[in-house]
Design a protein around this ligand. Structure first.
Ligand code: ACM
Length: 631
């Protein structure tokens, strides 16, 4: 009884707001007739209109996701006169399409007697179910929580996406994620109506897909020596050291993952990053580079470039003047194309440094022969050749925005990462664009204060991610396919941390790419995000709550070191000490910038809300605050 009361209370709290992420296009609380709460329990029937087989599968998957009914599950049958006792969920694929809904939209209508879902395509019904799951209490995420019923508040929803490309990228080269982890990543993103999984399958640090005609790619290219910590500063392999860290996906694994994604309306865009980022491929086939005699290895996180001066220390690019390189890529894409039943293959194209091409006599002769005036045109030549190969396999080439340099390939789609300006330039050239700028969408950047999260390149708060707007003023929206968050994994060494880095910022990406622009509302988003913190906790999934921590901004006032403190949420109190004691709500409360005393002092800061501890304690020595002052 206590449990029922608890659940009713949780649901009644939910009544004041919906917790749906991304926010639906329209949501109305349903007020027609008596008590408008659908009690989902084992007496619920399921009715699939016209026995549509896709809708039936979606309904079955939903039923099997319900872990709380103690063996008894809803049964499939029609109910002529639904009542609060004899209730029914009805799944309908529209015979006459509702044009407003498009291919992914749905309607969801919940009363005490029925849950009616309609869509033009099965994808829409899948999304109706994701919404419905989010209307159940967070405890439903825990299959071990055995409860006979879950209340769902009455409502009417009409919902459809703003963009067709709602993406997340996972880098499986820098860290290898198992097949089950990749599936879990896809499963979670689909629950937030993200529909494009960009799978970064090859980079300097590992080649991850089986290519049967090029077996060394995975015999050699998928494995590197074991190294820990500080990616980029790691020791190179010692003579004879075994390469035991890594892994790859067999073609059977890929088929399984593609089928799994397809069930969740997720398209997979595979990436092979060339002509740069190719150390793993070159460890297997050194003859594909201009430097055939270099010591070759799959990079375990050794510095291969002087980043300040952008000078390669070792060659990591394919040789664009060598026909064998195109034969190699033809083999790779011949095997990959049929595995991925989507439109795109991503060829990378980013961060290709040309030092060795500049010096190589073959490259120089090749440029002369082909009237290529510089190495950018040489790279552009390479991209255009790769596009021809990819097009021949029936696919469209997509690449990072460097593919614009030296002239864009005729049919290419551009993924804009160095800000939005390259994306804007591509739209001017009438090319499709996916916006994925570092400034808003790089999920490898840290979310928390540098004292608790070792900085990775830069930081990116949840709030900044939420400000992402994929359509810059004055661009033609018809070329903007959508937006994407990218999780690079140089500094990510396990799956739970990958989740921590992805969520909740992926909620912001989901809402940006699905919900109408005018629905953006930070406070409302955060209220819903806090409900989803509970869902992740109930499901034993990791999620970052860095948004609860204080934001510390040191400044200088003459010789004085001052410190501003803030938080992105409403109603948060900040308390601090500078005397090495642990702050609590009885410590000094922050109200205005404070002066940090001189000496070997440490600032310690905590946050509270409604008298309850909220975020992590930050502990920052004065010397570090000094270093952070913006010059
Ligand atoms: C990239 O972040 N190098 C695309």
């Amino acid at each position: 009884m206590k449990k029922i009361l608890f659940l009713l209370l949780t649901s009644l709290t939910a009544f004041a707001q919906n917790n749906i992420i991304p926010a639906p296009v329209s949501y109305e609380v349903s007020t027609s007739g008596g008590m408008n709460m659908f009690m989902l329990d084992s007496r619920t029937s399921i009715d699939v209109t016209d026995n549509n087989p896709d809708a039936k599968r979606i309904a079955e998957n939903f039923v099997s996701s319900l872990g709380f009914m103690g063996g008894q599950k809803p049964v499939f049958k029609k109910v002529e006169k639904p009542t609060m006792q004899d209730k029914v969920m009805i799944f309908t694929v529209n015979k006459t399409p509702n044009t407003q809904l498009g291919n992914e939209g749905y309607t969801l209508d919940v009363t005490g007697e029925t849950i009616k879902m309609t869509a033009n395509k099965p994808a829409g019904l899948f999304y109706a179910i994701q919404t419905l799951r989010q209307m159940m209490p967070p405890q439903a995420e825990n299959k071990e929580f055995s409860m006979g019923m879950f209340p769902i508040m009455g409502c009417k929803i009409v919902d459809y996406p703003r963009f067709g490309w709602r993406g997340l990228m996972l880098d499986v080269s820098r860290h290898f994620f198992t097949k089950e982890e990749v599936k879990n990543y896809i499963d979670l993103m689909a629950r937030y109506k993200l529909n494009t999984f960009h799978w970064h399958l090859a980079d300097d640090n590992g080649w991850r897909i089986e290519i049967k005609s090029l077996p060394k790619l995975t015999e050699i290219g998928a494995w590197r020596v074991v190294r820990n910590g500080g990616f980029g500063n790691r020791d190179e392999p010692k003579e004879g050291e075994p390469a035991t860290y890594g892994g790859f996906y067999t073609q059977e694994d890929v088929k399984e993952i593609v089928a799994f994604a397809n069930e969740r309306n997720v398209t997979i865009v595979p990436e092979i990053d060339v002509p740069g980022h190719s150390m793993a491929a070159l460890a297997a086939y050194p003859e594909l580079s201009t430097q055939k005699d270099l010591k070759r290895y799959v990079n375990p996180g050794t510095e291969f470039i002087d980043w300040d001066n952008k000078k390669l220390k070792t060659e990591n690019t394919l040789d664009p003047s060598n026909e064998k390189v195109y034969e190699f890529l033809d083999k790779v894409f011949t095997e990959m194309a049929p595995l991925f039943p989507n439109k795109y293959i991503h060829m990378g194209g980013d961060e290709c440094f040309h030092d060795f091409w500049e010096k190589d006599p073959n490259c120089q002769a090749f440029m002369k022969k082909n009237n290529l005036k510089d190495v950018h045109e040489l790279q552009s030549y390479f991209v255009k050749r790769v596009e021809k190969i990819i097009n021949k396999k029936g696919k469209v080439l997509i690449g990072w925005d460097e593919i614009l340099e030296g002239g864009l390939a005729p049919n290419a789609t551009v993924m804009s990462w160095r800000g939005m300006k390259w994306g804007i330039e591509a739209t001017k050239q009438k090319h499709d664009v996916v916006m994925s700028p570092t400034t808003f969408a790089y999920l490898d950047y840290t979310q928390g204060d540098p004292s608790v999260e070792k900085p990775i390149y830069a930081s990116l708060s949840l709030k900044k991610t939420y400000l992402f707007e994929p359509v810059p003023d004055s661009t033609d929206v018809k070329y903007i396919l959508g937006g994407q968050g990218n999780l690079w994994t140089e500094q990510i060494q396990n799956y739970r941390h990958a989740l921590y880095m992805t969520y909740p910022r992926a909620f912001a990406i989901a809402e940006t790419t699905w919900s109408p622009k005018e629905k953006k509302d930070w406070d409302g988003f955060m209220a819903r995000t806090e409900n989803h913190f509970q869902r992740f906790d109930a499901g034993n999934l990791k999620i970052s709550k860095a948004v609860y921590d204080a934001i510390i901004t040191p400044t200088k006032d003459g010789e004085k070191l001052m410190c501003e403190m803030s938080n992105d949420l409403k109603g948060v109190d900040i308390f601090y000490t500078t005397d090495d004691s642990f702050p609590d709500k009885f410590s000094p409360k922050y109200t205005a910038p404070i002066e940090i005393p001189t000496g070997p002092v440490t600032l310690k800061v905590v946050t509270y809300r409604n008298g309850q501890p909220l975020g992590r304690m930050l502990s920052i020595p004065r010397v570090d605050l000094e270093k952070r002052v913006k010059k």
